[in-house]
Design a protein around this ligand. Structure first.
Ligand code: ATP
Ligand code: MG
Length: 555
């Protein structure tokens, strides 16, 4: 549109330039996870960024397992990663690429470097290689094996491949510059001998390529144009460029780095999540307290809310931290119009309406979502015995308490006014029943204007209530004291999970299915747990409470 100013992030600006200069004709991006754990919210950022760019430029988004390092890889993770990406809505054309499919190409590429005199087989041990590498302030020393002939190198490399040497006995190194100020350029190792079974190639190979060598080749083979990765690879970019240049690819890909997504005081790193799982602190990788994609989905976050969060948090060139409260804001925004608002009593106490006929039942029409008339309404059963929240009654109310206490009248949401006339307690002093009387004149929808009450509380008919377990979550680490203890261990919040096992829900919840999200009036947004809900028992996760500390565009 004329005069419209759209702010382009720095990656879009780079791509705009590349296209303008004719460097690339189309845009191809990729997301290359290692199948060594579940994806987390940080990966979601990378997925949505790469997919979003491909979509914006009418290009292609490749999804590729970076499975060149068999030690840590597990087939178990392959399936979960695929389902997470599908769930996020990143369309990869249902084609899954595997870096391991290129092992032959990588082997040939290594031979090409040897032939050009750009790679050599080195017999130094790992320790010696480290010593020879020098430091940030001192240049390294050339390996005594650096000047082997092309023929000798080709033979030795083939022997490496054919299993003639022990693991670690030799490596193939790029021949670049031992005095380079960039340590990554000091003749980096590009192939190592390691007898490890690979999840796809089995025992075909006993040599495996190193990441910095393999990655640019994978990108080049697939015709990736913009290889977008996180900042820790910035110092590796010269090596990336060296590899694609020396291998003489026709249209070499380029690497662009952006800052990782970090959430303040939230455990994100694979290492910590693994520790939580292994220590039994959480119930697997999809425990709703975690921010793995599986956990976010189980908790009740939607792909739309995660997309919105990524847009709000932006794409940065320098490292920062985002607020979990912003993610909460996004899911509230997304569910505001999507979720029906229903009544659920989490900590129930009986309310008996003494003057309401014992066998009488009536039904009230209550809006499913007051902000969305097209969501319609539902019939809610009302009777003499109800459940209300324990905290909605007080024997001795503090100032400004407008809910039930002896002598006070409140509105039962969508039904009648009731006035507290008495209550019962057990031996321990806990309130067991609240007695009220109702005023038939005040029936909701009757236009009653006789008097006003200050409090409205929600309720559930005792006769038709649906039982449920509700799980409330807090941050798994202590936010006040910080995520880590001084010894580097995680500082757990003992209250990260609260299980309410005696909740009473209105009867419409009988139709709830695993994964469905609702607003529980006054309580927040909740989702039917997909893992622990059974035909006999409904389990809900609180996604987020209604109150927010986050304001978009707040200064
Ligand atoms: P972790 O640091 O959690 O172990 P990783 O970097 O080892 O993750 P990979 O499977 O190698 O995980 O990551 C796949 C892609 O996701 C990479 O391109 C990586 O840069 C990107 N990525 C990983 N973590 C984040 C993050 N926090 N924010 C944005 N992108 C990320
Ligand atoms: Mg990694």
């Amino acid at each position: 549109m004329d005069g419209e100013v759209t702010s382009r992030n720095f990656i879009q600006q780079e791509i705009d330039n590349d296209l303008k200069e004719g460097k690339y004709k189309a845009v191809v991006t990729r997301f290359p996870p290692e199948p060594n754990g579940y994806l987390h919210i940080g990966h979601a950022k990378s997925i949505l960024l790469n997919y979003g760019l491909a979509k914006e430029y009418g290009g292609t988004f490749n999804f590729r397992f970076d499975d060149t390092n068999p030690t840590k890889e597990k087939t178990e993770f392959v399936e979960s990663i695929i389902s997470d990406i599908k769930w996020l809505g990143a369309d990869f054309g249902n084609k899954v690429y595997f870096a391991s499919d290129y092992f032959d190409d990588m082997y040939e590429a290594a031979k090409k470097l040897i032939q050009k005199g750009k790679a050599y087989v080195c017999d130094l041990t790992a320790d010696e290689i480290r010593q020879y590498r020098g430091t940030l302030t001192e240049p390294g020393k050339n390996s005594p094996y650096r000047d082997r002939t092309v023929e000798e190198n080709l033979q030795l490399f083939e022997d490496m491949k054919n299993g003639k040497f022990e693991d670690g006995a030799k490596v193939l190194r790029a021949k670049i510059d031992m005095a380079s100020p960039n340590m990554n350029m000091r003749d980096p190792v590009i192939y190592r001998i390691a007898r490890m079974s690979h999840h796809r190639t089995g025992d075909k190979w006993c040599i495996y390529p190193m990441y910095d060598f393999a990655h640019p080749i994978e990108d080049a083979i697939e015709g990736v144009t913009h290889s977008i990765c996180t900042l820790e690879f910035e110092d590796h970019r010269p090596l990336y460029d060296w590899v694609v240049r020396e291998l003489e690819y026709e249209c070499p890909p380029r690497q662009i780095e952006f800052a990782k997504l970090y959430l303040k005081n939230v455990v994100t790193g694979k290492r910590y999540i693994k520790q939580l799982v292994e220590d039994g602190i959480v119930d697997g990788w999809d425990d709703p307290r975690l921010v793995s994609i599986a956990a976010l989905r189980r908790r009740g976050f939607t792909p739309e809310s995660i997309k919105m969060f990524m847009e709000l948090s932006g794409v940065a060139k320098s490292q920062g931290e985002s607020d979990y409260a912003m993610l909460e804001y996004c899911i509230r925004e997304d569910l505001k119009m999507k979720a029906n608002r229903m009544m659920a009593v989490l900590d129930p106490v009986k309310l008996v309406i003494d003057n309401y006929p014992e066998d009488k039942v009536e039904y009230f029409d209550i809006d499913n979502n007051q902000e969305k008339p097209e969501a319609g309404s539902r019939k809610v059963e009302f009777g003499r015995e109800l459940y209300i929240e324990r905290e909605d009654f007080m024997e001795v109310p503090p100032k400004k308490y407008f809910r039930l206490f002896p002598g006070n009248e409140v509105r039962l949401k969508g039904a009648y006014f009731v006035k507290c006339v008495d209550f019962e307690k057990d031996e321990a002093g806990n309130v067991t029943v609240v007695h009220c009387t109702y005023d038939p004149e005040t029936r909701s929808g009757s236009g009653f204007e006789g008097r006003k009450v200050k409090g409205t509380i929600h309720w559930v008919s005792a006769k038709s209530a649906v039982d449920a377990e509700v799980r409330l979550y807090e941050n798994i680490v202590d936010e006040e004291k910080g995520k880590l203890n001084s010894d580097g261990t995680l500082n757990y919040n003992p209250n990260s999970l609260t299980i309410l096992s005696n909740c009473k829900l209105e009867s419409a919840f009988r139709d709830a299915h695993a994964g469905d999200a609702f607003q529980f009036l006054r309580h927040g947004y909740f989702c039917v747990d997909v893992k622990d809900t059974t035909d006999e028992k409904l389990v809900f996760n609180r996604i987020v409470s209604l109150k927010s500390s986050y304001k978009p565009n707040a200064q």
